[in-house]
Design a protein around this ligand. Structure first.
Ligand SMILES: [Zn+2]
Length: 323
């Protein structure tokens, strides 16, 4: 699936950062944290509904248990494929499913929507050696495509406990996608600073590390890491919420002109932006809007919109060979 550009051939669009919008995978505690900040803003503006009603509205948005709605939105927006991220919150929040159950469910989603999804599976490193075995077994059983880390749960991405996971990733050519920057208010922000990846990135030069939200928060640090560490990439997931005075199109326009387009991976962090107009509007603005990609060479658009993602994925996961 492709969306035409003003020049040359159409460029496929692959989304490197999505979640299944389901309370089976995203703990209600996480949703309540998010709602807390939304409620605080609405309260200040004098238009806040009861907090419980707001929670109900968000929970109602997280009932896409089989990703059917996501696939519909991808179809309507011209997004051919997407990465589903499966963070392991289970040591910090009450989660309805175990890692094994979440893995199986994501496998079923892939079977239900063939050729549409890659999956990066998360395991909290504090699960110890048993966690490494679980990760290796599930990746082997289901053919998942990467490791997802959530440092705000309370660990650094350079924690030695993660090194056995990185050995597995190095052996299987799997990328490591780690959340950076702020998140749910009950979690830890300090371990989510992008510089925490530095030691791991140096110790595992054969593993590609993708800084989740790296093109949105702490951009100065994330950008120099991507520029100077061969194996560090930037994700722009959540860009529509970028806290920037010129609006997100101006932010992305600037980001895409830093000489880093060989390291930037397009991602929306759907369903995060579902509340603000949906995928279609975002993709239209990115691909055809007057600011974001306007004037960039076809080759660089292709890098951002799909080629960089394909480069970090293991060869077996790529629909077409990339050089
Ligand atoms: Zn996300």
């Amino acid at each position: 699936m492709t969306v035409g550009t003003s020049e040359a051939a159409p460029v496929p669009i692959y989304d490197g950062h999505c979640h299944v919008a389901s309370t089976d995978f995203i703990p209600t505690e996480f949703i309540e944290d998010v709602v807390g900040n939304v409620h605080r803003r609405l309260e200040a503006e004098g238009v806040a509904p009861r907090r419980s009603r707001l929670v109900d509205a968000y929970v109602a948005q997280h009932q896409d248990h089989h990703a059917d709605q996501l696939v519909k939105e991808m179809d309507a927006s011209g997004v051919g494929r997407a990465v589903l991220l499966v963070p392991d919150f289970t040591l910090r929040m009450t989660a309805p499913l175990s890692i094994e159950e979440m893995a199986r469910r994501h496998h079923e989603i892939r079977l239900r929507h063939p050729g549409r999804f890659w999956v990066y599976l998360g395991v909290d490193p504090r699960r110890g050696p048993e966690g490494v075995d679980v990760f290796e077994r599930l990746v082997g059983t289901y053919g998942f495509d990467g490791l997802k880390l959530y440092p705000p749960c309370g660990y650094s991405p350079s924690d030695r406990a993660l090194y056995p996971y990185y050995e597995v990733c190095a052996a299987l050519s799997l990328p490591v996608f780690l959340h950076t920057g702020p998140t749910a208010g009950s979690l830890d922000f300090a371990p989510a600073h992008p510089l925490n990846v530095d030691q791991a990135a140096r110790d595992f030069p054969l593993v590609d590390f993708v800084l989740g939200h790296g093109g949105v928060t702490h951009v100065d640090v994330a950008a120099y890491l991507a520029a100077f560490r061969r194996n560090v990439y930037l994700d722009i997931g959540g860009f529509a919420g970028a806290a920037t005075p010129g609006g997100w199109p101006a932010h992305l326009r600037h980001l895409f002109r830093l000489g880093l387009n060989h390291k930037i991976i397009f991602g929306t962090d759907w369903p995060l932006n579902r509340m603000s107009g949906g995928l279609g509007r975002l993709i239209e603005e990115v691909v055809h809007g007057p600011q974001v990609l306007a004037g960039l060479p076809h080759r660089e658009r292709a890098l951002i919109l799909h080629r960089n993602l394909l480069r970090v994925l293991p060869a077996r996961s790529r629909p077409v060979p990339v050089s």
